[in-house]
Design a protein around this ligand. Structure first.
Ligand code: 5GP
Length: 171
């Protein structure tokens, strides 16, 4: 695979969209404490940009997950310590593809952490690949059925550092 020459979303487009998402989230939660539950590692740039634009009472939890190779199951590898009981949780994801990872995480948090509410902010959404019906309350951009990279998203751990979104394609 090699990096495509085209760009799907530029740095400027990303900045503008994250501004809009943050404004909407600020409005929706109106100062109520909010726990950002960020899924490592792909969400890191989105998380960092989004959280610095939020003006309310924001706390942070980090979660590392494994999207299973069989494409049917996900699991949680690590969760930072943070009490979610009775608090509003906002899952921060890099991309929702089949929805399997997100579906597992939502159910896990509901059962194990008893938050007051759970919503999802996904930087990218690839609806053509969806297998499970999961909520995406705040969506950065919808992407076509390509393997996208950049702004935290990797291909074999590479390209996370690109400040824009592009994709990889066969050589
Ligand atoms: P899902 O469980 O929704 O199928 O996939 C979740 C995870 O798969 C994402 O958090 C991401 O790590 C990875 N993933 C799915 N599609 C893509 C893609 O197009 N590009 C990259 N870099 N990762 C993807």
């Amino acid at each position: 695979m090699r990096l495509a020459t085209g760009i799907l979303f530029t740095e400027k487009q990303i900045r503008q969209r994250v501004d809009e998402l943050a404004a909407q989230i600020d409005l929706d939660y109106r100062g109520q404490p909010l726990v950002l539950c960020a899924v490592l590692k792909g969400s890191i740039p989105f998380l960092a940009d989004l959280m610095r634009r939020l003006t309310g009472d924001v706390r942070l939890a980090l979660i590392e997950m494994k999207s299973q190779v069989d494409g049917k199951h996900a699991s949680i590898l690590f969760t930072s310590r943070l009490d979610l009981a009775g608090k509003h949780a906002l899952i921060v994801e890099d991309i929702v593809d089949t929805g399997i990872t997100l579906d597992y995480l939502i159910k896990h948090l509901e059962v194990e952490r008893s938050p007051a509410s759970i919503r999802v902010a996904a930087f990218l959404d690839k609806p053509t690949a969806r297998k499970l019906d999961v909520p995406v309350n705040y969506r950065g951009f919808t992407v076509p059925d390509k393997f996208v990279v950049g702004y935290g998203l990797d291909w074999q751990e590479r390209y996370r550092n690109l400040p824009y979104i592009t994709w990889v394609e066969p050589e």
